[in-house]
Design a protein around this ligand. Structure first.
Ligand code: FES
Ligand code: FES
Length: 160
């Protein structure tokens, strides 16, 4: 099995990783970098539990080869907080009780962060659309949607 050495940025840190040709970004994050917040739900591009930001765009990391990420910037759930302060979407989902089993939560948080980065004042439809690829079997989404709305207003207040 041939290994490829790739350099990339993960959560702001420069990393060099030796990856087999067929290794996915999800496997690399979990198995090579011990970033196990990125979850393996289906390994088939259907559940969104493995969502990360790749150059600022949300992707299912189980559907991206690690070798394709040479030179890329990746953000995982572990990179959302800054200096011990939770991202507004993290704090809001806690405050609104939007976490039950928690398996979907990292992907939900990353998709929500991507939404708020491009649309700081999203409508409910825009929030639901942004989360359409993130399956949650527990919450019914209501509390998650409320949390994202609240995170957006907290973020706008912080920006004022
Ligand atoms: S684990 Fe990647 S979409 Fe389900
Ligand atoms: S909280 Fe359990 S799948 Fe979403």
């Amino acid at each position: 099995m041939s290994l490829h050495r790739i350099a990339l940025t993960v959560n702001g840190e420069n990393e060099q990783v030796d990856v087999p040709s067929q290794m996915t970004l999800m496997q690399m994050l979990r198995d090579k970098l011990a970033l196990t917040g990125t979850k393996n739900g289906c390994n088939a591009g259907e559940c969104g539990a493995c969502t990360v930001l790749l150059n600022g765009e949300p992707v299912n990391s189980c559907m991206v080869l690690a070798v394709e990420c040479a030179g890329a910037e990746v953000l995982t759930v572990e990179g959302l907080s800054r200096d011990g302060v939770l991202d507004p979407v993290q704090q809001a989902i806690i405050d609104h009780g939007g976490v039950q089993c928690g398996f979907c939560t990292p992907g939900i948080l990353i998709s929500s962060r991507a939404l708020l980065d491009r649309q700081p004042d999203p409508s409910e439809d825009e929030i639901r659309q942004a989360l359409v690829g993130n399956l949650c079997r527990c919450t019914g989404y209501l509390r998650i949607v409320d949390a994202v709305k609240d995170a957006a207003s907290r973020q706008r207040a912080m920006a004022d």
